[in-house]
Design a binder for this molecule. Structure first.
Ligand SMILES: Cc1cc2nc3c(=O)[nH]c(=O)nc-3n(C[C@H](O)[C@H](O)[C@H](O)COP(=O)(O)O)c2cc1C
Ligand code: SF4
Length: 372
């Protein structure tokens, strides 16, 4: 655990919480359980699926190691349907040779955006309901069957296994002193070959795009972090390090490692409207801000995007009313995305208000049948 602290590993599921701190908190509880979170509910992200299909044993090594570190006898591997068979095979291989002392169970993840939130993962394993639970208590205090539960993203667990093998100094040999190590990114949109790649944290964004063969068209903006992330101007972002510190003054961060490139001919407001409508439909609908707020907000963003008499003042007020509220970070994430779109697509907003927009919208993936 001290080695993990020295390594400075942080969670790769989006929030970037220090892993050593979470391990210590769960280890202090009685009868803990480990959950490997391979749900990857974010439609723009493919890195966890890529990792689980290419290196299933690395993820399992990390899960077993985490269980041994916190004193858990059981690890539940929650896996996206795309990687279910390969993880199942890897678990069976280990069981055949009695490789681990920790009991491993595999559970196919629910295919919903909010299903990957830590308490939703626990709820899904326990009751088959992919919806977050009210917190506090956090799952690290009372999670699966009431036990302290370590929910850790599968990429985080893979890094944990590598730190155990090669040490903290090796881990720190790439990245920045404050944000050490490498991370998996998904690069998509207007690039030649959409790809999942491993980059050192702090790699310039332009260089990360090169991993996908470079841009396939002139770019106007990038969506960084995922659907709870931020739009930034492409010209400003290209030389910026892909790290929290490198993007902080743009109001952005690496989030879940998504870099989506928006070509000059696309309409960022329409893209945002499609994603917000999808996210509004993905809420578990159990708290006020989601149930009553997101649908109305999605409607206003659609009006803005399609020049249909939106009321920007009303939209701002509604954003303020749902920001930071709800049982989980879903409404706050949606607000963040919309606010960044209003900042970056300011010129388009004025054009749309005058009734014209020639941009198209089909860059960001939204699962079929869920957008209106
Ligand atoms: C709406 C929502 C969806 C989330 N989806 C995922 C997910 O698909 N995979 C994931 O690892 N974390 C997801 N998270 C973050 C988890 O709650 C949790 O922070 C993470 O799994 C912890 O692992 P880490 O510390 O290794 O990052 C989501 C959070 C929210 C609010
Ligand atoms: S805020 Fe929304 S997504 Fe989160 S628990 Fe409440 S209803 Fe569900």
């Amino acid at each position: 655990m001290a080695e993990v602290e020295r390594a400075g590993l942080t969670g790769r599921g989006g929030a970037g919480y220090p892993t050593a701190r979470k391990l210590a908190a769960v280890a202090a509880g009685h009868g803990p359980v480990v959950v490997a979170n391979g749900t990857e509910g974010e439609p723009a992200s493919a890195k966890d699926k890529a990792l689980m299909t290419r290196s299933p044993h690395l993820v399992l090594d990390g899960a077993v190691l985490a269980a041994e570190m916190v004193g858990a006898r059981e690890a539940v591997i929650v896996v996206h349907p795309a990687a279910r068979a390969i993880i199942g095979e890897a678990v069976a291989e280990r069981a055949r040779v009695r490789f681990d002392r920790v009991r491993m169970k595999v559970r196919t993840a629910a295919d919903r955006f909010v299903a990957g939130e830590a308490s939703a993962v626990v709820h899904w394993i326990e009751r088959g309901v992919p919806a977050p639970r009210a917190s506090p208590p956090r799952v690290s205090e009372r999670g699966l069957r009431g036990a302290p539960t370590l929910v850790q993203n599968v990429e985080t667990l893979a890094h944990l296994a590598l730190i155990a093998r090669y040490g903290a100094a090796w881990f720190r040999s790439v990245g920045t002193p404050d944000e050490p190590g490498s991370m998996l990114v998904t690069v998509l949109g207007a690039v030649r070959e959409p790809v999942c790649a491993e980059i050192a944290i702090g790699t310039p964004i332009g260089q990360a795009l090169e991993a996908a063969g470079g841009r396939s068209a002139p770019l106007q903006a990038l969506l960084l972090g995922g659907y709870f992330g931020d739009w930034v101007s492409a010209a400003v972002a290209m030389d910026r390090p892909f790290s929290s510190a490198g993007l902080a003054d743009l109001g952005a961060g690496p989030g879940a490692g998504v870099i989506a490139a928006l070509p000059a001919g696309a309409c960022g407001l329409k893209e945002t409207a499609r994603v917000v409508r999808y996210l509004a439909g993905e809420s578990a609908g159990q708290c006020g801000p989601c149930r009553f707020g997101l649908d109305a907000i999605a409607g206003q963003v659609e009006r803005l995007a399609h020049g249909r008499g939106a009321d920007p003042g009303l939209l701002q007020r509604w954003l303020g009313q749902v920001d930071g509220r709800g049982g989980c970070a879903h409404p706050t994430g949606v607000v963040r995305l919309i606010r960044s779109s209003l900042r970056i697509f300011d010129a388009e907003l004025r054009q749309h208000a005058m009734g014209w927009c020639c941009g198209t919208a089909s860059v960001l993936p939204v699962p079929p049948g869920r957008s209106r």
